[in-house]
Design a protein. Structure first.
Lengths: 232, 226
């Protein structure tokens, strides 16, 4: 059973098909990099995988079940374009809140551990609205990893991150892969993504133009896929 | 985690966030007090007619002030894409809805409980004559406004003109509940207890609450995820 399976998925915005018959799979422990130009359908696909919306046609499966299944949602960690934490709450309150929503046994303790791992323990009681951009991004990373998800869905995770946040995220993603978790990430930062990826899928106007193992040529020349399979 | 615990986690989060900024609470409270004051100047507060319509006036103020709180309910989740995180969490849409509705209910009741004594002073109304019954009407009427407004807030969260759309969608559907609450409030303020003649309004109010709560709990997942 694949950790992530996308079977003949179509997604329409009005009459416009944002995704056209997309078929992808990622086994447990794989890191699938979704690449493609703006508007190729990467975010739409990740939002379907996260269960934020439903496909018009086809099926999305995470560990064999639909993403909206509560047990499946416990297995998913998501980082989107926003940081998905509350400005009016403190870092500790934010992580404790999500720890409770995910049914963790000791949300406060786990929150404290993640604040430490992301270097935010000294500002645990500080309101997020007073945080710098980099601190907010590290908190977003902590929120996504808090419940030890087995499938990580990351929408352009390296965009606008500062050096420290990139280092934290790369470290955590490396650990996640070593632990056999599955990562699906969309990105425009090809070099960072291709270093981590085991598989690559190129989306071109909502369709999969290429899907396969990451090869040394891709790492050596991140523009290789675009040159070979189209601009998207 | 049990359903009720999920509900309480969401409700406490919303209340904590609102009490930190007091954006909606201060706005709603100020609005309610200013409207009560302006109407007191516009009408002769000692007139019998004014006292007769004051129950209706009170509920119109509650409904208008309430939309300021209800508008913020799901809109609060938009900055930083927090709604995504809530939808991704393993809680049902019903728990999310109910948690938000309870937080809104507490805030609306707080505004109403501050407005009531002010209303009594401005309109020379002895609103404490039938206090337990009046509180019952307040609880039922406010829940009707809350449940419908919270659902509409979820429906309009991604619409640019949501501040306009929420009252436009809420008020027409709310009319039966508002009529019941207005009729009962007028009767109780006049010192008449709830009797066989007007108990129908109370039943209608309770029925409205039950039906719209059930419908919202069933539909909210579809509204949020599609």
């Amino acid at each position: 059973m694949s950790a992530v399976a996308v079977e003949g998925v179509w997604k329409f915005y009005g009459d416009y098909p944002a995704l056209r018959d997309v078929r992808l799979e990622a086994e447990a422990g794989a890191c699938l990099a979704l690449i493609g130009r703006n508007g190729a359908g990467k975010t739409t696909l990740l939002r379907l995988l996260a269960g934020f919306s439903r496909p018009g046609r086809g099926e999305v499966r995470i560990c064999g079940t639909i993403p909206r299944d509560p047990a499946t949602r416990r297995r998913i960690g998501f980082i989107g374009h926003g940081i998905s934490v509350y400005d009016e709450l403190s870092a500790m309150e934010n992580l404790t809140l999500f720890g409770r929503l995910y049914g963790l046994a000791n949300p406060r303790k786990t929150a404290g551990e993640w604040l430490e791992r992301t270097g935010l323990e000294r500002v645990a009681g500080g309101l997020v609205r007073e945080f710098s951009r980099g601190m907010r991004q590290r908190l977003a990373v902590a929120r996504a990893f808090l419940h030890s998800p087995s499938v990580l869905l990351l929408d352009e995770p390296f965009t606008a991150l500062d050096d420290r946040a990139i280092a934290v995220l790369q470290g955590l993603l490396g650990e996640a892969l070593a632990e056999g978790r599955t990562i699906v990430m969309s990105t425009h930062q090809l070099r960072e993504a291709l270093e981590l990826a085991t598989h690559v899928a190129l989306l071109n106007r909502g369709s999969v133009a290429f899907s396969g193992d990451r090869t040394p040529e891709m790492v050596a020349d991140p523009g290789f896929l675009y040159a070979r399979y189209g601009e998207g | 985690m049990g359903f009720l615990r999920q509900v309480m986690v969401v409700a406490v989060k919303d209340l904590r966030a609102e009490l930190r900024t007091k954006e909606a609470l201060n706005g709603a409270l100020a609005f309610a007090l200013v409207i009560l004051l302006l109407f007191a100047f516009a009408f002769d507060p000692t007139g019998d007619t004014t006292r007769e319509i004051s129950g209706g006036l009170l509920w119109i103020v509650f409904a208008f002030a309430g939309t300021l709180i209800l508008n913020r309910s799901f809109a609060r989740e938009l900055p930083n894409d927090c709604l995504d995180a809530l939808i991704a969490a393993p809680i049902s849409g019903a728990a999310l809805f109910l948690g938000k509705a309870i937080a809104n209910y507490v805030l609306l009741l707080a505004v109403e409980l501050v407005s009531l004594p002010v209303f009594g002073i401005f309109y020379s109304v002895r609103w404490t004559q039938q206090l337990p019954e009046l509180l019952l009407v307040l609880l039922l009427g406010t829940w009707a406004l809350t449940v419908l407004g919270t659902m509409t807030s979820a429906l309009t969260v991604n619409i640019r003109l949501r501040e306009v759309m929420l009252p436009m969608l809420t008020y027409p559907v709310l009319v039966p509940a508002l009529m019941g609450a207005m009729q009962l409030t007028m009767t109780l303020i006049a010192g008449t207890p709830i009797n066989a003649e007007n108990v129908m309004w109370l039943k209608m109010l309770a029925g409205f609450d039950l039906i719209y709560t059930a419908v919202s709990l069933v539909l909210v997942e579809t509204v949020l995820v599609g």
